[in-house]
Design a protein around this ligand. Structure first.
Ligand code: SF4
Length: 343
């Protein structure tokens, strides 16, 4: 840790026995002894008070298409100013952003620079963005920065977006809900074994997050599953996963199924075969999900939005670009079915 480390008191923790603290920002609910850090490596107990160490360590700040998050039913074709700090509360072996998510966990050292919420919000406006996305690493663990930015962004008419592994506690969801507009939650698999072995986390809290957001908040949600060949792509598992989404969240929240490419520690595998992605698409539709999308499959028609009722092509996408959007007043112009989302 460097001497210029910013000491900002953390949110969502309480004092425990002795000089320990318990953090309840994420489902690890770490009990942290004086001097130690939590699993995420970015929150430290100093003398019985929990501090966040990454408030002034922004490692990424640039505009992205909102479709890249991915969010397909939320302000399509808009730009989202995307920020991240280092660290993560998961240890996914296949992480796409491991250079920024896992380095601090391994070394304890931070990179990044102090960019104030005011600077972030004005950069977002200057770049013509309609929202700020807290993304690339896990936004839960930079909640203090996200909250300060998020509240200010809301005042200025911008939306706020989380791209998250869904490991927030209920307290954290309630904390963020007043300024959070949309979230993409990774539902990485539907077995505890997968979460434990490949992510060093648990499935159950993620399921609770998805259900809670759907039923008790006004936050628009989309979910994403990265298909790892022979790990989470069996017909049986995907049936259970999609039935969970339909029954606990409802048929209107889009489900993205994403192709995996080998990376980080998980390199002894092929990219997800097309037939596995196509099968997942069918399983999702059969389960009753109205909107299923395939990601990382260039040229696929399964990036488009079709009316769930009459089958009319509504939004045509080519990668992150919107080729056409026929949705009018949140409805299909052909049959007037309401198309869920924030259009
Ligand atoms: S955010 Fe999660 S991992 Fe980090 S200290 Fe809090 S409970 Fe632990």
């Amino acid at each position: 840790m460097t001497s210029q480390q910013h000491h900002k008191q953390a949110v969502l923790w309480h004092q425990a026995q002795g000089n320990k603290v318990q953090c309840f920002l994420c489902a690890h609910r770490c009990l942290i002894a004086d001097g130690n850090r939590g699993v995420c490596a970015v929150r430290q107990n100093k003398g019985g008070i929990l501090y966040t160490l990454n408030y002034d360590k922004v490692v990424s700040a640039n505009p992205d298409p909102i479709e890249k998050k991915p969010l397909f039913h939320f302000m399509p074709a808009s730009r989202s100013f995307s920020i991240a700090t280092m660290g993560c509360n998961f240890r996914c072996e296949f992480c796409q952003n491991w250079q920024i998510s896992q380095a601090v966990v391994e070394t304890g050292e931070f990179e990044g620079q102090a960019i104030s919420p005011e600077q972030i919000v004005s950069a977002a406006i200057g770049d013509g963005c309609k929202s700020i996305s807290y993304t690339y690493t896990e936004p839960t663990i930079f909640m203090e920065l996200a909250a300060d930015c998020g509240k200010l962004a809301k005042q200025k008419g911008l939306k706020n977006v989380f791209v998250s592994n869904g490991y927030l506690t209920r307290e954290a969801i309630d904390f963020a809900a007043p300024w959070l507009d949309a979230i993409n939650v990774d539902l990485k698999a539907f077995t505890e074994d997968y979460y434990r072995r490949l992510c060093k986390a648990k499935l159950q809290p993620v399921l609770e997050t998805i259900e809670y957001i759907a039923k008790h908040t006004n936050v628009w949600m989309e979910t994403t599953t990265l298909l790892l060949p022979n790990e989470n792509d069996s017909e049986e598992e995907l049936k259970r996963l999609t039935e969970f989404l339909v029954t606990k969240a409802g048929p209107d929240f889009p489900w993205h199924v994403s192709r995996f490419y080998p990376q980080y520690k998980y390199t002894n595998s092929q990219p997800t075969p097309s037939k596995s992605l196509q099968r997942a698409y069918q399983i999702g539709k059969q389960a009753g999900l109205r909107y299923v999308y395939l990601g990382n499959v260039p040229g696929s028609k399964d990036e488009n939005t079709y009316c769930y009722k009459c089958g009319n092509l509504l939004v045509e996408r080519i990668g992150y670009t919107i080729a056409s959007n026929k949705i009018k007043d949140s409805k299909c112009p052909n049959c007037s079915a309401k198309i869920a989302g924030r259009w």
